[in-house]
Design a protein around this ligand. Sequence first.
Ligand code: ADP
Ligand code: MG
Length: 617
Amino acid sequence: MSDIIQLLPDHVANQIAAGEVVQRPASVVKELLENAIDAHATSIKLIVKDAGKTLIQVIDDGEGMSATDARLSFERHATSKIRTADDLFKLNTKGFRGEALASIAAIAHVELKTKQEEDEVGTSIIIEGSEVVEQEVVVTPKGTSIAVKNLFFNIPARRNFLKSNTVELRHIVDEFHRVALAHPNIAFAMYHNGSEVFMLPESNYRQRIVNIFGNKTNEKLVPVNEDTEVIKISGFVGKPEYAKKSRGEQFFFVNNRFIKSAYLNHAIASAFEGLLKDGAHASYFLNLEVNPQTIDINIHPTKTEIKFDDEHTLYAILRASVKHSLGQFNIAPVLDFDRDADLDTPYDYQNKGVKVPVIEVDKGFNPFQEERTASNTQTRSFKKEPAGSREGLYVGLESKGTKSQKDFSEVRYESDEKTASMFQNENEVEQQQSTYQLHNKYIISKIKSGMLLIDQHKAHQRILYEDFLQYITVKEAMSQQLLFPLQLHFSPQEIAIIKQVKEDLEHTGFMFDNITEDGLEITGVPVSVPESEVSIILEQLISDVENEVPDSNFSAADLLAKSMSKSLAIKTGQGLTMQEQEHLVNKLFACKEPSVSPTNKPTFITMNIDELDRKFL
Ligand code: ADP
Ligand code: MG
């Protein structure tokens, strides 16, 4: 048989390499930003159009390239950063593979303009799918500008594979954050579709974090500093009470390079052990400086994973220093571990029925008369309620907690009569009990053919989900106006997410005002949503939107309804009165799809008499 092996032509090899280096627009952003940093830029500008699908441009004021280097930079394995394999172990640059520009030029239209300080004129090169279309002498400022247009123009499959602009932009912003956080001494700016997204002047590290994540971040940061023989740690962790449901703000930098490390992440998590609520993740912004010879960053093409020589020691030092900082700043004692249970939504509140939402002003209201806090729904919210006393706010609800009993007796309800009759009813009902709650988790209900076993949390989710979906789509939710708007703080990215779903949120009954870069005011909430729950709902929602990878049947309304029902549904562990149980069962079976939760889990199972009989054979 004749020889069949051939060397691949360069442009094919480049396209294959591009598959590794360039997964999406954000990968290009990363490579171009890193090149600008390696060129010692002091100011770097990122310009993006259509989430990078049409344009990604990076302009720097760094060293620039000579005409020959400019041409060579697009060749594969062309790099000015290493010369021998030994250099790999004393790297102080981001790049070293010499692959990025070659890969990018293989799959996009690239325009490069560059000039070195000492040169009179610069070089402009246009290259499309690895082919140089034009090379000219140009007048251009010192530094380099690279514009990458029409990414994947010659690989339609890859182009079609790109996600929505929202998702792709989020990836770009993530990369931008990582690079900008690693280099607070460099000024960065980012623009998307003509508007400024970030303007980050040269600053110290704390200021850089605050400039990216919003002013309110400042008070959340606890400094971490440790200097040992093997590692120098500097940076910040977020106070436990600000921990988020999303993993958003977790950053490790090793020698100024962003890295992912599940192992080191675990070290932080274990330092926070006992301080965080379930499902919450600590934020951190930590710089680790180690001897470059003790790490290997060559194990991953995008260089986000690295190997340490002595991971165990790093783990121990990291964990200890974070613990030390948390202790030193007295973080632990402020936490209130009892809070969670009380935050559960008393179910009955949901069932108040369709009451016309009257927005009343309590004429007798005196803001200085603190103790008369609980009132009816429409006039409540005079005072920021401590989380524990929330039951006191519900009309006609049997108070299960003991804490609020006192408040209850002192307050005259508009609906006093109704309340009284409801309790009477309860006694009557008790005689003909048809449901039974098992372990504060399941509700057993009798049906003709046997019995139903209902998961209370999932069932309630289904009920709330259909309610919210209806409000959002029919747009007739009831809103309850707050006398004092609720001020909430978010990062600019979180505000952007809220803006995306704002209209749908308004249909559920939320009312917003004064939306700024890092905060907003809530002036009204859906009748079914207690004020104290609002920030939790929004945080959960942001986290859900962030984690959602929208596909073709992505619907903001659906996501919102799911997220809110998840936040508000009664939890496992909550005792329900007979009436609450019955109401839950009735409402569930009035749903369009009673048998599954919004996340497609069964809400109940049935067991008929035959099955039971068989068990006794
Ligand atoms: P690497 O960064 O791994 O060396 P790249 O393909 O990213 O490989 O870049 C190739 C070379 O082009 C770099 O080594 C550098 O010499 C030059 N270069 C790329 N971008 C810039 C820039 N913004 N300013 C100056 N030189 C650059
Ligand atoms: Mg590079």
